[in-house]
Design a protein around this ligand. Sequence first.
Ligand code: DHB
Ligand code: FE
Length: 283
Amino acid sequence: MTAMARITSSVYTSHVPAIGVAMDLGKTEEPYWRPLFAGYEPSRRWMAENTPDVVFLVYNDHANAFSLDLIPTFAIGCAEHFQPADEGWGPRPVPVVKGHPELASHIAQSVIQDDFDLTIANKMDVDHGLTVPLSLMFGQPQQWPCAVIPFAVNVVQYPVPSGRRCLALGRAIRKAVESFDQPLKVQIWGTGGMSHQLQGARAGLINKDFDNAFLDRLIADPEAASQIPHIDYVREAGSEGIELVMWLIARGAMDDVPPKLVHRFYHVPASNTAVGHLILENP
Ligand code: DHB
Ligand code: FE
């Protein structure tokens, strides 16, 4: 029998752009940043032992690859390469992201046949939503150590997808990966969040209680976490807290048995954001 691809583990992390800037400018040892980066040291050690062949990276674009002209709810990157986006200060000095067109096309085929209407992206620049998580988990290598399939979710312009739909989509992605006939180790990452609001009267909002309850539920009862309505994210976690629905896609792709908690970290603040981070392994 041919060995199939499988999802070995999932990683969850915030994607604050200032974290990328701190790394790019060599400021990670400064007192403001030191505790944040310390929280990712166990993750880098774990990653060195558990480097996958492919990361399926769920993130959101922040009006860099897309704009209000075109708003795909879910877009899967099927290209050979993805360039770091110019977000206004020039592209980050990070390696070009190498895709996995064969696995990405297979996932698109399987997931669309399972009734999720994905947009196929054959050319797409990737912004801090994708590159900051890579930097946090891999540091500053010359090349990223594995292929990456970018999976962009609209959490910027309403209507955005529900948590329920995100969890179900994760399950469809799991089925797709497990039916790919190459023995690839695949990690799925959910990025963005946790509580933050970047504009308006409540700018700077942080809600530690909501965030930690979300982490508890995501680990132990993703079904319950998927029932959280949009209005609760926005009220409790701020307007950008809605990015957390992306974590449910990664969680839905995990096996239907309790995962092994490898690492849990929470730190306030980084820029305007509460940073949350989990690593979960399939048993
Ligand atoms: C910040 C956080 C984000 O998620 C983002 O996309 C941009 C900025 C921040 O905290 O500064
Ligand atoms: Fe963001």
